[in-house]
Structures are given as structure tokens and as C-alpha cells.
Design a protein around this ligand. Structure first.
Ligand SMILES: Cc1cc2nc3c(=O)[nH]c(=O)nc-3n(C[C@H](O)[C@H](O)[C@H](O)COP(=O)(O)OP(=O)(O)OC[C@H]3O[C@@H](n4cnc5c(N)ncnc54)[C@H](O)[C@@H]3O)c2cc1C
Ligand code: FES
Length: 353
């Protein structure tokens, strides 16, 4: 089954903070784009005549909000985030890929659980979708949010979060953590790190830490620190879910890899009922080689984080620069991310659904 593409028309643009805007979209005529809380959309705007792709998590809830929404925070000198915030207007249509991602929650009215969300900056977006989806459905569950921002002015969804806290009093608690607050701030002035995480969980939330479910989305360092804290309490790995937004940096190929494994190889790609044989040059990823050959494979972040380019290696061996985007089970089953994968042997065959 190939990936679906849609053209979504901008319905409304909301200024959330000085550098963050929410874009809501109409569903396409005669169909609705279905998604799960926590998933992302890949936007494909045309900038300077070139189509570019970036992933944006939906900040809307599939079961509560009529429109689909993404919330974009400007990245200094960032191409797409600034283009969207500066140029896109109500009524414009943007091409998007169908929603994707595994950082999801399925609200279940039978469940009574404790869900703890840790967000930093724009990492609040999928968490907002998750909490808005879970709270009305799971009346016996409790949701706690630790949200790190720079200062009061930069808290995304500040008002909506306060309203939800009132509406779901006793079941939803928000803890804002600021690094550079104003003098009048009476809340936490700290980073979300290992030590502060323990305090939030034990003192502020007083929860059974080992039994809760955790959803983390923010800077890599923050997520690492939170995970370290959760490990102190033996929280099972399957109860910790993470979404990576940021750039992972370029992988530097070692001399050893260069000599021994990564060389020009012919790779077969099975996609939409066709077999394509492509030459993947040393240092090129399988995705780059496929796009060079005009094979329109799905992709988004091109950094091994979003899983839009998922494929399965059914023959031969590949090396991945970055494996964090896949679970251990997926890796064992032969799944790969073509955007960070290089053929290591001859005869590599990749199935892309
Ligand atoms: C699954 C997923 C979901 C995402 N959801 C959201 C979302 O809901 N809201 C949102 O605002 N962003 C989100 N992002 C990040 C988004 O896709 C872009 O990476 C971001 O908008 C920057 O793109 P750009 O074109 O403006 O910057 P680029 O032109 O790509 O980058 C410019 C510079 O900024 C650095 N950079 C790139 N991304 C980041 C970042 N996230 N933080 C800090 N520095 C960065 C780059 O290394 C580069 O040096 C998500 C990313 C992923 C993978
Ligand atoms: S394109 Fe995002 S993981 Fe490959």
C-alpha cells in the first residue's frame, strides 16, 4: 500500500507565542484525514521552486477537534519553520503526506492509568494532542504534564493548559518549569534534568513512579535526563515513549567502515509492485540514491527520526547511521530507515510498503 498525499487548505492561523504559530486545516472535501493522537504530518511546501519536507506533530486531537492542527516554532535560520510562519496565509493549500509515527496513545475508557508527559519547547505539540484525547475518554486516568519553557512569554498553549487543568481538576496537573523566568515567577526555575525529574514525580505528583506511563518530547538532553531518572525507579522500557524532533547531526563514517563495508552496491527496491535496481554510491543513503533515480519513495525528516521512510531488508545486510527511530523488535525483524541506511553487502533487497 503506497503512502497517500493530500492538499490541505489553511483554515486559521493562531499566534501562540512571539515565535510560534498554530495552523489549522480543513479536511479535504469528501474525505477526512484520520490520525492518532501523537502522530505527525509531513508538510511539503514549495520554497524557491523546490519542494521541501518537514515533519510537524499534530497538536489537535483526533477525537476532540474538528480541524487538524500543527504548531510550528521558528528555528533560528530554519528554512521551513520561518517560511510557514512568515508566508503561509489562510486559504493557502499545502501538500502533506498522510499522518505517520509511533509516538501514539490509544485512549481507552476501560483504562485507569497514570500518564506523565514531559515536554520542552515545541515538544509540547504531540503531548497536547495526547492529553486532549485521553482526558475526556479515560475518566479513571490521571495525566501529569511537566513542561519546560524559557520564560512565561514562551509557554506554548499556556491558556489552553490552564483551562484544561480547571476543567479536569483532580485528573490533570501541569507543572511549568522555566529556565529564565521574570522576577514575579513563583514556580520552578530550573531545567528538566535527572534531579528535578525525581522531585517532580515524588513531591509534586506523588505518584507510583514504576507503574506510570511516560511520554517524552523535547531536546535530546532533556529526554536523556528524564530517562535516567526513570531508570532509577526501574520503570519498564515499554512504558517510556519518546519522540525526537531535533537534528541528530551527520554521521561521520570511520575509516574502517569506509574500507570494509560501505562501497558502491546495487540495491533492489520493491515499491508499489515494481522492482527497481539502483546503484547506491559509497556515502550515499539508499533514500538519496532512490530519489536521484526519480523513485518517489516516502520520506520526511531524512534524519532517522520520523520513520516515514520505513522499509524492510529482506535480503543482504545494511548499516544504519542512526537506529534510535526503530524499536529493538523492529530492528530484529529487519526493518530499516532508508534515509540513514547504506548497503553493507551485495544483493540487498528492500521492500517499501
Ligand atoms: C517527528 C517530528 C515531529 C516534529 N514536530 C514538530 C512540531 O510539532 N513543531 C515544530 O515546531 N517542529 C517540529 N519538528 C521539527 C521540524 O520538523 C523541523 O525540523 C523544524 O521546524 C526546523 O526546520 P527548518 O526547515 O525551519 O530548519 P532547517 O533549515 O532544517 O534547520 C536550520 C538549522 O536548525 C537546526 N535545527 C533543525 N531542527 C531543529 C529543531 N527542531 N530544534 C533546534 N534546531 C533545529 C538544524 O540543525 C540547522 O542547523 C518535528 C520533527 C520531527 C522529526
Ligand atoms: S525520513 Fe524520517 S526517518 Fe527517514
Amino acid at each position: 500500500m503506497s503512502v497517500k498525499y493530500f492538499h490541505l487548505t489553511v483554515k486559521e492561523i493562531i499566534e501562540e507565542t512571539p515565535d510560534t504559530k498554530t495552523f489549522t486545516f480543513w479536511h479535504p472535501v469528501h474525505q477526512s484525514v484520520s490520525y492518532k493522537a501523537g502522530q505527525f504530518l509531513t508538510l511539503i511546501p514549495v520554497i524557491n521552486g523546490q519542494k521541501v519536507r518537514r515533519s510537524y506533530s499534530m497538536s489537535s486531537s483526533p477525537n476532540k477537534d474538528a480541524s487538524i492542527a500543527v504548531t510550528v516554532k521558528r528555528v533560528p535560520n530554519g528554512l521551513v519553520s520561518n517560511y510557514l510562519c512568515d508566508n503561509v496565509k489562510v486559504g493557502d493549500a499545502i501538500e502533506v503526506m498522510e499522518p505517520m509515527g509511533h509516538f501514539v496513545i490509544e485512549p481507552n475508557p476501560m483504562k485507569e492509568r497514570t500518564i506523565v508527559l514531559f515536554g520542552g519547547g515545541s515538544g509540547i505539540t504531540p503531548l497536547m494532542s495526547i492529553l486532549k484525547s485521553v482526558l475526556p475518554v479515560e475518566q479513571g486516568s490521571k495525566v501529569f504534564l511537566v513542561y519546560g519553557s524559557r520564560d512565561e512569554e514562551n509557554i506554548i498553549f499556556k491558556k489552553q493548559l490552564a483551562e484544561l487543568e480547571l476543567k479536569y481538576e483532580g485528573r490533570f496537573k501541569v507543572l511549568h518549569v522555566l529556565t529564565k523566568p521574570s522576577y514575579t515567577w513563583t514556580g520552578y526555575k530550573t531545567r528538566i534534568n535527572q534531579a528535578s525529574t525525581v522531585i517532580f514525580l515524588k513531591q509534586d505528583f506523588a505518584i507510583d513512579i514504576a507503574k506510570a506511563e511516560y511520554y517524552l518530547c523535547g531536546p535530546e538532553g532533556m529526554m536523556e535526563q528524564v530517562e535516567n531518572a526513570l531508570n532509577l525507579f526501574d520503570v519498564p522500557k515499554e512504558n517510556i515513549h519518546k519522540e525526537h524532533f531535533g537534528s541528530t547531526g551527520t554521521h561521520e563514517i570511520t575509516q574502517e567502515e569506509e574500507d570494509e563495508s560501505i562501497k558502491d552496491q546495487t540495491v533492489t527496491i520493491q515499491y508499489e509492485g515494481n522492482d527497481y535496481q539502483i546503484l547506491v554510491k559509497a556515502h550515499e543513503t539508499i533514500l538519496e540514491a532512490a530519489l536521484r533515480e526519480d523513485i518517489d519513495l516516502p520520506y520526511s525528516c531524512q534524519a532517522g527520526m520520523c520513520t516515514a521512510c520505513l522499509g524492510k531488508c529482506v535480503s543482504g545486510k545494511v548499516h544504519m547511521d542512526e537506529e534510535d527511530g526503530l524499536t529493538d523488535k523492529e530492528l530484529q525483524q529487519g526493518y530499516i530507515l532508508t534515509c540513514v541506511a547504506h548497503p553493507k553487502t551485495a544483493g540487498v533487497v528492500i521492500e517499501v510498503e
